[in-house]
Design a protein around this ligand. Sequence first.
Ligand code: UD1
Ligand code: UDP
Length: 371
Amino acid sequence: MATVLTLVGNRPQFVKAAAVSQHLRERVEEILVHSGQHYDRELSEVFFEELGLPPPAHELGVGSGSHAEQTGALLTAVEPVVHVIAPDALLVYGDTNTTLAGSLVAAKGRIPLAHIEAGMRSFDRAMPEEINRVVADCVSGLLLCSTETAVENLRSEGLAENARLIGDVMADVALRLGPIAERRSQALQRLRLEPRSYILATAHRAGNVDQPAQLERLLAVLARMAELAPVVIALHPRTRARIEALRASGQLESRGVRVIEPVGFLDFTCLLRQARAVLTDSGGVQKEAYLASVPCVTMRETTEWVETVELGWNRLVGLDPESAFEALEELQPRLGERTDASIYGDGEAGERAAAEIASWLRSSSAPQRVP
Ligand code: UD1
Ligand code: UDP
């Protein structure tokens, strides 16, 4: 049986792997390796518990740092594990520094690489994620795509030959666990929130929170939105640290923005599905809002999930408070309508990913390892 080393390390990657892992294990031996890029319980362990993702066979404990420190540490930690396991292929997800490091180790170690969520592009190289995605796609032998748009992006880069449209693996999880989250989670009661009364927010993009000037603008957007409805923000630790450094922690609560810790997937999904609107700069959360038929205002100038904008459920407002306010007012009437979830697949993308990986490994198109 072939061996596939799956490398994960960040919150959204645990969600994506949860859609694929069980199907992959029916076909190959999967060895799950956790880089440790995310390590707080609420950004890591809770996802393994709630999503039924098997515990990692190896935890590399790489942790945080600048891009150079973190990527360097990831490369140094991943390479020896890959040498010891000597997998037939490596599997990476998305666009984080963990994805980049796994891709480089595979490419230089001549190990076939499969990339899930290949072909996503914001066309904004100021985003570290865009660089990570482009590199991962360039060195991958199997490019598993969430959307037609992603396949087209790869085509225009001359990479279509190895691209396969499988649907979106995160959508599998959102569709499967959405109703379960609403039944099981007590998040609304715990936070004393009425359904459809609040705006659920998240923010963690480096470009939005690392520079004080940008962070001030982001705080202004949150405060302006709170004039329409109470805003609840599940604060990512990067953003919390930057707000504390700015000594602006009190500002949010006094302007009607309620700050909570990041929550587990079930609580977050329940909060999202019951929200009046979502305000975010996350990639995954834009898509989950669409799938839950909840209007979304995105604090970015670009998105990879262009369909959500084209279909009128998501508006890109950058960090402009007035644009955010107007976008939400315009989107509100959509609440109560249903989105077309099928643009992100049929809920079987994980199964399809596993089947594609297994057949790629059997076929001659998977580059052979040099002994
Ligand atoms: C990373 C990804 C981003 C992804 C996000 C998902 C990169 C370049 N960025 O961003 O694409 O959208 O994960 O959430 O890979 N921290 C903690 N505890 C943790 C993890 C981080 O306190 O468990 C704090 C540390 O201060 C750290 C900061 O958050 O310096 C940023 O963490 P890092 O993993 O570098 O980037 P994210 O912002 O999480
Ligand atoms: N998420 C969560 N709890 C939170 C915030 C987000 O479970 O407090 C989930 C969310 O449902 C989605 C994923 O985390 O599945 C998105 O991760 P994030 O926004 O950190 O990363 P991105 O998608 O921007 O890379």
